[in-house]
Design a protein around this ligand. Structure first.
Ligand code: 13P
Ligand code: SF4
Length: 352
């Protein structure tokens, strides 16, 4: 069972044995039974900063998904070993942009003569080799909490942006925060010849959006916003910017997971909140804010299945292995990729 007391006790004992040598990071979408062991919880931006802020910790156990653990390895020293308790904790969005596909796209932009004006920006939710590609080509990483600043920076460096791999975060930020029009955005589909878009459209667009999305946030629809407003007339709708554009435009508030938590915490008692993000987080917000009415935007949307791969048996196995001196499921990024991915990550961390 999820909260098996024997597993909880084993995790607690192993954590105690490892002491200061161990630092556990937990993303807000993690299960309750796992997140209770995190030394720090956060969204992907906060966790990237935290990983870099604990140079003395020999083991960083990352309760999150693969691209986050890679970023932690990139931002920490060789002495520090990053462990992902289950290697199957990937991210379907990150998998939607492969290195070869991004190279093909860039070749096309070069062929039609615009690559020199294009600044690539990749969402944190991408593999280390995509981050390295972006770093090598003058671009930066962003997360949902700094996408606006990253795009402003990019438009100071060049005239066009190639935004990877989440089309929704790219479009929502460009249109709702930078004031661009939907017509300024074009979608590049890596599965279609030439991205399924004409060279004229690519030349004209300010934002070239990669055709990727989050399989969890992409399920919320405009109808579920209308529906909750009918059922709960005074409800505040608060969604993550990975949701589709029509959902975000109908919502009252939009922001990263840290923003969602802060907004609900600071809301007046008795207020009603329908939240469009991952279910573990929404359930926890409901538990920790009993004076407010916190509900899930759409009951048909489920947990992020890959975030949920990190469970107590995997966490206990990873921690007990460390106690025995065995580093299991270590995430390592090669030096060349690390160098260029760090360039892109450091550009993000230096944003004002
Ligand atoms: P943030 O942590 O940046 O809000 O992103 C959400 C997410 O989908 C992480 O996988
Ligand atoms: Fe990836 Fe979406 Fe899961 Fe985040 S919530 S890890 S973007 S699939």
């Amino acid at each position: 069972p999820a909260s098996d007391p024997a597993l909880v006790e084993r995790a607690r004992a192993a954590k105690e044995r490892l002491g200061e040598r161990l630092f556990i990071l937990g993303h807000h979408y993690q299960r309750d039974e796992v997140i209770q062991f995190a030394d720090v919880t956060g969204d992907s931006f906060k966790l990237a900063r935290e990983a870099a802020a604990r140079p003395e910790a020999e083991y960083i156990v990352f309760c999150g998904v693969h691209f986050m653990a890679e970023s932690a390895d990139i931002l920490t020293s060789d002495f520090q070993k990053v462990v992902l308790p289950d290697l199957n904790a990937g991210c379907s969005m990150a998998d939607m942009a492969t290195f070869t596909q991004v190279e093909e796209c860039w070749d096309l932009l070069e062929d039609i003569g615009i690559a020199d004006h294009v600044v690539p920006i990749t969402y944190m939710n991408s593999s280390a080799d995509i981050k390295a590609f972006v770093g090598r080509h003058g671009g930066a990483v962003c997360t949902s909490s700094n996408a606006k600043r990253a795009l402003e920076w990019a438009f100071q460096q060049g005239e066009q942006v190639l935004f990877l791999p989440d089309q929704h975060l790219g479009r929502n930020t460009a249109v709702l925060q930078l004031g661009l029009s939907l017509d300024d955005c074009v979608v590049y589909d890596p599965r279609r010849p030439d991205g399924g878009v004409t060279p004229e459209r690519l030349r004209k667009a300010k934002m070239i959006l990669w055709k990727g999305h989050c399989s969890v946030h992409g399920r919320f629809t405009a109808e579920c916003v209308d529906d909750v407003r009918r059922r709960v007339p005074d409800v505040n709708v608060l969604v993550h910017p990975e949701c589709r554009h029509e959902v975000v435009t109908k919502a009252d508030y939009v922001g990263s997971t840290e923003y969602i938590i802060k907004t609900v915490q600071e809301a007046p008692p008795g207020s009603a909140w329908a939240i469009g993000t991952e279910l573990n987080l929404v359930n926890r917000l409901a538990q920790t804010n009993p004076d407010k009415r916190v509900m899930f935007l759409d009951r048909t949307v489920c947990y992020c299945s890959t975030m949920n791969r990190i469970d107590m048996p995997h966490l206990v196995w990873a921690l007990e292995s460390l106690v025995e001196g065995k580093v299991v499921n270590q995430i390592t990024v090669d030096p060349e990729t690390t160098h260029w991915a760090k360039v892109a990550l450091d550009r993000m961390l230096a944003l004002p």
